[in-house]
Design a protein around this ligand. Structure first.
Ligand code: SAM
Length: 230
C-alpha cells in the first residue's frame, strides 16, 4: 500500500524514474497521442492532476485548452510555475478548492499507484467538483493487482527500443532498481486496482466509468478508463 508522504518526498526530489531526456520527451509525446482522441471540442478547460513534468501542456493549449496543472509535490509545482510563466493558457493551481465546475476534462495519469486506497474517494470528490456536469475524468496507467515489476521492465525496454533510447533504458533500469524509487517500490509497494473496484469507488463519487480500449502510457499491460461526471 502506497503511503502518500513517502512517495511525495520522492516526487519532490530528483526523480530518477525517467532514464534520460529522450525517455521524458517520448513519454509525454505518447501521452498526448493517447489522450488526443478524448479531447473535447475547443475551447475547453483541462485539469491535469498529478501532472509531473507536464510536457504535454503546451500541446493541449495549442489544441484550444486552458490548462490547469496540479501536483502535490511542491518542488514540482515550483518548476512548472517557472517553466510556464510566459504561457498565458497554462496555470499552476495549488488549491483545487478554487476550481469549481469549470473543467471539461480532468486527467489522472500514472498517479493512482502512489495514492493509498483510502485517500482516493476524497480526491475523486475534489475532481468531481472541479468538473462541469458531463465532464470527463480520464484515469490512465492503472496497475492491476497481478501486475508485477517484470512486465513493467519489459514494457520500458520495448518503449526504449521503439523510441531510440534502449541503451539508456537498460542503464536507467539498473539505476532505478538501486534508487529511492526501487527502495520505495519494494518497501511501500504501489496501490493497485481492479477496474471493477475502481468503477465502484468512482460511482460513489458521482462518476460513471467505462474502460478505455487502450492505455494512456507506454505499458500496454496497464489499463485506463474514462469516467463521466453525472
Ligand atoms: C508518475 S508521475 C506521473 C506524472 C504525469 N501524470 C505523467 O503521467 O507523466 C506521478 C505524479 O503524481 C504526483 N502525485 C502523487 N501523489 C499525489 C497526490 N496525492 N496528489 C497530487 N499529485 C500527486 C507526483 O508528485 C508525481 O508528479
Amino acid at each position: 500500500m502506497a503511503a502518500t508522504d513517502d512517495w511525495l518526498q520522492y516526487w519532490n526530489g530528483d526523480v530518477s524514474l525517467y532514464v534520460g531526456p529522450r525517455h521524458l520527451e517520448a513519454h509525454y509525446e505518447g501521452l498526448f497521442r493517447a489522450v488526443r482522441p478524448l479531447l473535447p471540442p475547443a475551447p475547453f478547460t483541462v485539469l491535469d492532476y498529478g501532472c509531473g513534468e507536464a510536457l504535454m501542456a503546451p500541446r493541449f493549449a495549442a489544441a484550444g485548452a486552458s490548462v490547469l496543472l496540479h501536483d502535490a509535490a511542491a518542488a514540482r509545482a515550483d518548476v512548472l510555475r517557472r517553466r510556464f510563466r510566459d504561457h498565458g493558457a497554462i496555470t499552476v493551481v495549488d488549491d483545487l478548492a478554487t476550481v469549481s465546475a469549470t473543467c471539461d476534462l480532468a486527467l489522472l495519469i500514472s498517479v493512482l499507484q502512489y495514492i493509498p486506497r483510502a485517500d482516493l474517494p476524497a480526491i475523486l470528490g475534489r475532481l468531481r467538483t472541479c468538473l462541469k456536469p458531463g465532464g470527463r475524468l480520464v484515469i490512465g496507467d492503472i496497475l492491476a493487482p497481478d501486475n508485477g515489476v517484470v512486465a513493467d521492465v519489459a514494457a520500458l525496454l520495448r518503449f526504449g527500443w521503439r523510441e531510440g533510447f534502449l541503451l539508456a533504458a537498460i542503464g536507467g533500469l539498473a539505476r532505478t532498481l538501486r534508487s529511492d524509487y526501487g527502495r520505495l517500490r519494494n518497501s511501500l509497494g504501489l496501490t493497485t486496482w481492479t477496474l471493477d473496484d475502481l468503477a465502484g469507488v468512482l460511482d460513489a463519487a458521482g462518476f460513471t466509468a467505462e474502460p478505455l480500449g487502450w492505455n494512456i502510457g507506454h505499458a500496454e499491460h496497464r489499463r485506463s478508463l474514462v469516467a463521466t461526471a453525472r
